[in-house]
Design a protein around this ligand. Structure first.
Ligand code: FAD
Length: 492
């Protein structure tokens, strides 16, 4: 529908562009954004708010990119549904609630997830309309430094011109060279979000955020889950205490872990999948399951863009190279989100979208990559902002640490969510907060208190002296900050 509207509007200003396209239209914009994920659509909205004439190109019929369609939103919908079920089975009784053997309808769960996705993606359509952003459905590819061809599935195409162009084409799941993803038994996160049944035994290759979140979903729904991880700990990028606590709690929940295991082969035999790996002692270990989720990371996606045509530089990891303003080596072209370096996170992509739109409008925006929170939406949740202890050690920064256990909180005991802690790391000399790490109920939301404090360069004492509501999980932040500041938490 949007494509028709666009073309109808465009025809008024039609000018021929001499390429092989069946539909030859030339429309000029201040900004063209390629890709409608959180990076792309937010860049388009911000640029439009600042008075730019904007076009957005998306190759799929629904807007929102990985995040809304096959990432953040559907995974959180399934995490929430499976969490309710798990609570009903394992926790209701402790609250004095009895339900006759709780059951679940997996089809209905998936339908709810699809509905959440649909509502969210249509919200983006609404935003595009509201902000007068012209949406083109089709594959965007460079004709030259200011012209992009949009090729539709039906063979028609249009060429549009932009003074500036933002590449926001995101990422795709990556794999290991010897693994054949058949999308049925050997799957990526995309298929794991729409399986027809709950696996009996899900083998998860990769103990990162996506593997743990989806592993948790199926564990809660009754599957055996084994996580096979190359490194000696799960979520290796997070603070070591967070990895340790998460692994301890997941083990209690029944998830099995094989850390320090290097996967060497993945074979599908009918309905079974055999994963072979070598352990620390170089012994070959075999894992048998009925599904294998390969969650070993994601790779930047630039296929079909025709970057070579305009000479945009890409590094050896496939990321588009940019300067501090997210500008590529071609002055008119910028790149943001998963397709450039940095954390592959929706909120990082969004911030970059805003930054570029504002920069192109003559503003001097700023982004602090140190303050982008990282979150794991399992239960308990894990969240972090700033430096880990290891990073501070590596950088020879003298620091002090304050930790407060969730089980010491009245709020945690009331809800029954006693696992986890908050840890505040502060500069030993100045008391400035350098990093905050958390495991516990709702820490995905709680982490923002730490991010705000750090944005304003608060000290641990500042945080410790702020009155926190009682009883709340946030009291753990205050107590950990006090522990870091003067070593004397009040409730421990
Ligand atoms: P994308 O969202 O990948 O969007 C890129 C868009 O560009 C796509 O729609 C694609 O179709 C389009 N495109 C590509 N090439 C072209 C072309 N040539 N022409 C036209 N269109 C094109 N992040 C979080 O912050 N929180 C989470 O909880 C979270 N959970 C996740 C769970 C899963 C299972 C997965 C897979 C990811 C998750 N992520 C999460 C990561 C998050 O989804 C990405 O970081 C985010 O989507 C990146 O945004 P982006 O705008 O850079 O790209």
């Amino acid at each position: 529908m949007y494509f028709c509207i666009s073309i109808c509007k465009i025809k008024k200003e039609t000018k021929l562009f001499p390429k092989n396209s069946k539909t030859i239209i030339h429309m000029k914009y201040d900004l063209i954004v390629i890709g409608s994920g959180p990076g792309g659509y937010i860049a388009a909205v911000r640029a439009s708010q600042l008075g730019k004439k904007v076009a957005l190109i998306e190759k799929y019929p629904t807007l929102g990119g990985t995040c809304l369609n096959v990432g953040c939103i559907p995974s959180k919908a399934l995490l929430d549904s499976s969490h309710h079920y798990y609570d009903a089975v394992h926790h209701f009784e402790a609250h004095g609630i009895s339900v006759e053997k709780p059951t679940f309808d997996f089809k209905k769960m998936l339908a709810r997830k699809a509905n959440v996705v649909e509502t969210t993606t249509s919200g983006i359509k609404y935003l595009m309309d509201k902000n007068n952003i012209e949406v083109y459905e089709g594959l965007g590819s460079f004709e030259d430094k200011t012209h992009v061809k949009v090729s539709k599935n039906d063979g028609t195409s249009v060429v549009i011109e932009g003074t500036n162009i933002i590449i926001a084409t995101g990422s795709k799941p990556s794999s290991l060279p010897f693994i054949k993803i058949d999308k049925e038994r050997v799957i990526t996160s995309t298929e794991a979000l729409k399986l027809k049944e709950v696996p009996k035994h899900l083998l998860v290759i990769g103990g990162g955020v996506i593997g743990l979140e989806l592993g948790s979903v199926y564990k809660r729904l009754g599957a055996d889950v084994t996580v096979i991880e190359y490194m000696d700990k799960i979520v290796p990028g997070m603070d070591a205490d967070v990895s340790k606590e998460l692994q301890k709690v997941f083990k209690k929940q029944g998830i099995k872990f094989a850390t320090s295991h290097k996967v060497t082969s993945v074979q599908k035999n009918g309905d079974t999948v055999v994963v072979k790996a070598t352990d620390k002692k170089d012994r070959e270990i075999e894992f048998n399951g009925d599904y294998c989720l390969v969650s070993v990371g994601r790779k930047p996606y630039t296929e079909g863009l025709g970057l070579e045509k305009v000479g945009v530089q890409v590094n050896e990891r496939g990321q588009i190279e940019t300067n501090n303003h997210l500008q590529t080596n071609v002055a008119s072209i910028y790149a943001i989100g998963d397709v450039v370096q940095g954390a592959m996170l929706a909120h990082k992509a969004e911030e970059e979208g805003v930054i570029v739109a504002e920069f192109l409008s003559g503003q001097k925006p700023h982004i602090d990559y140190n303050l982008i929170p990282g979150i794991v939406y399992t239960w308990p949740e894990a969240a972090a902002v700033g430096k880990t202890e290891q990073e501070l050690k590596d950088a020879n920064i003298a620091y002090k640490s304050g930790k407060f256990s969730m089980r010491a909180l009245g709020r945690s005991r009331a809800s029954g969510d006693i696992d986890g802690f908050v840890k505040v790391l502060a500069d030993k000399n100045t008391d400035e907060i350098l990093g905050v790490h958390m495991v516990g109920a709702r820490v995905a939301d709680l982490i923002m208190e730490a991010a705000v404090a750090m944005e304003f360069r608060a000290s641990a004492e500042d945080l410790a002296r702020i009155c926190h509501g009682h009883p709340t999980y946030s009291e753990a932040v205050k107590e950990a900050a006090k522990a870091a500041w003067d070593g004397m938490p009040l409730n421990a």
